[in-house]
Design a protein around this ligand. Structure first.
Ligand code: NAD
Length: 508
């Protein structure tokens, strides 16, 4: 179904609205449909903000920033500790909401809430994380101290594939650092953001420190150009990441924009092929391949290992139970939209037309009782070459391509020639090869016999090349640096009153 064919949105549908200055708001003149991807039905509608709505949220944030930035570290971490407890207690509600709108399995949704919770726990340590440095006696009776201070109002613009976790990569740290935060979630699965807003308010966060504006490009562009927004964190596809980074920085804002990915797994002939096949099948088809760290390209070294690995991955993929995310036993849910399903099918067909072997074709999959759902089965294309579109483009669905390389060096060169550089993994029993890969691969997150090497909250998450525009990755130490700016104070306290000295200070 194309956008033009979407059913008219009935006003009887429940509305997912904004959260501005501590209040829920549902009034809007534009709305978009929010689907249940497991049935294909429109379940509710989401309000789409105009520039004036964004302005109200930003003005409220600027006002709230004045007091929040001056609140003690103990007060700020106290709010986060309470939010952590409320979120842990409400994790199931968040996960069920994510599954209802995104389609991923409940287990997967619970996993994403847990990963978000870990960032909240990291942010609870803000008193330690914001400590500066000090040097006594940099000159006679002169001392220097450095501080990290909040930026002001920061915006977060997030993708559909992790509607609770990706916002939590951002706002817990931004808020803990003393900023006010305006979130623009994906319009495809907007409801989780409102649960988070309610829990923050219950935790005692002052009104205006955290707001949610629902919307599309209109809201995004209003945030990117608003003079009172100091910084922008973005996660989404590469073309939009580039637009966000360029527009935000052109308007004088600090920006970090995480983009798309084509994550490779290199499998050497000495790898345990059963272990590698288990890991690759789960990393390629978990969450229907809609993870920024999903493995979407495998590069095998040596024909024999390639054939065995390909057969083993296909066997596992064929055995996957595809069904509604909320149903017991479902291992893979639907994709997010009819367009996403059509995209996967079109790339599978194009790859086959270009000469790849369609080793597993998920295009005709039908889930009984859910015929209208946006389901597409696991699909594997073998003997893919780097020139094929199905390799060059990010497909973002349950479609895995397998390429063959003659040697470790060829495989590494192939990975490094790819314009994306989010994650890369190697499967091998050879420590020397693993070390070489770790050192020379041009990706921001590297797995050694680990298919999805997502850093824990206290490390930082981010890719290289077209997977990140900006300098700092999200969460961990780099998250704290992104949401703060440095100040260095030099102070002299004379022992006793003395006359003015216009000379250059020296270290005597
Ligand atoms: P998307 O780029 O379509 O949307 C992301 C956000 O940008 C949404 O909030 C959306 O409303 C907004 N947006 C969309 N079009 C816009 C436009 N023309 N102008 C301004 N704003 C616009 O991404 P998506 O489909 O929601 O998410 C999937 C993508 O996100 C994939 O490419 C995936 O690889 C990427 N992703 C990357 C990471 C990472 O860490 N690098 C993490 C998660 C997802």
């Amino acid at each position: 179904m194309s956008i033009a064919e979407q059913p008219a949105l009935s006003a009887d549908l429940a509305t997912v609205g904004h959260w501005i200055a501590g209040r829920a708001e549902e009034d809007a003149t534009r709305f978009a449909p929010v689907y249940d991807p497991a049935t294909g039905e429109v379940a509710r509608r989401v309000a789409l903000a105009e520039a004036a709505d964004v302005d109200r949220a930003v003005v409220a944030a600027r006002t709230a920033f004045a007091d929040w930035s001056q609140a003690s570290l103990a007060k700020r971490s106290g709010v986060l500790f309470r939010f952590r407890e409320l979120l842990a207690a409400g994790a199931d509600e968040v996960a069920r909401t994510v599954t209802a709108e995104h389609g991923k399995t409940l287990d997967d949704a619970r996993g994403e809430v847990q990963r978000g919770l870990e960032v909240v726990e990291f942010a609870c340590g803000i008193a330690h994380l914001m400590k500066g440095e000090a040097s006594e006696q940099i000159s006679t009776r002169v001392d220097s101290t450095s501080y990290r201070q909040p930026l002001g109002v920061v915006a977060g613009i997030t993708p559909f594939n992790f509607p609770s976790m990706v916002p939590m990569w951002m706002f817990p740290i931004a808020i803990a650092c003393g900023n006010a935060f305006v979130l623009k979630p994906s319009e495809k699965d907007p409801s989780a953001s409102l649960i988070l807003a309610r829990l923050l308010a219950e935790a005692g966060l002052p009104d205006g420190v955290f707001s949610v504006v629902q919307g599309d490009k209109v809201a995004v562009d209003a945030l990117l150009t608003h003079p009172e927004v100091d910084a922008v964190s973005f996660v989404g596809s590469t073309p939009i990441a580039k637009h966000v980074y360029e527009t935000a920085t052109a308007h004088g804002k600090r920006a970090q924009a995480l983009g798309g990915a084509k994550n490779h797994a290199v499998v050497l002939p000495d790898a345990n092929l059963d272990v590698a096949a288990d890991a690759i099948a789960s990393a390629a088809f978990g969450s229907a391949g809609q993870r920024c760290m999903a493995i979407s390209a495998v590069v095998t070294v040596g024909d024999e290992a390639g054939d065995a690995l390909s057969a083993a991955v296909v066997e596992r993929a064929r055995a996957l139970t595809v069904g509604p995310g909320a149903a017991d036993g479902s291992e893979m849910g639907p994709v997010i939209s009819p367009e996403a399903r059509e995209r996967v099918a079109a790339y599978a067909g194009r790859g086959a037309d270009e000469g790849a072997t369609l080793a597993l074709d998920g295009r005709e999959l039908v889930v009984a009782g859910h015929e209208g759902g946006f389901f597409v089965g696991p699909t594997v294309l073998d003997h893919v070459t780097p020139a094929m579109d199905v390799y060059k483009d990010e497909v973002f669905g349950p479609l895995l391509v397998i390429l063959r390389a003659a040697s470790f060096e060829d495989a590494l060169a192939l990975v490094n020639a790819n314009p994306y550089g989010n994650g890369a993994a190697i499967f091998t029993a050879d420590g020397g090869a693993a070390r070489e890969f770790r050192s020379r691969v041009t990706a921001g997150m590297v797995g050694i016999n680990v298919p999805i090497p997502v850093p824990m909250a206290y490390f930082s998450f981010g890719g290289w090349k077209n997977s990140l525009f900006g300098d700092l990755h999200v969460h961990g130490r780099e998250g704290v640096l992104f949401y703060t700016r440095g100040k260095v104070v030099t102070e002299r306290w004379p022992e006793r009153a003395h006359g003015v000295d216009y000379g250059f200070p020296t270290q005597t």
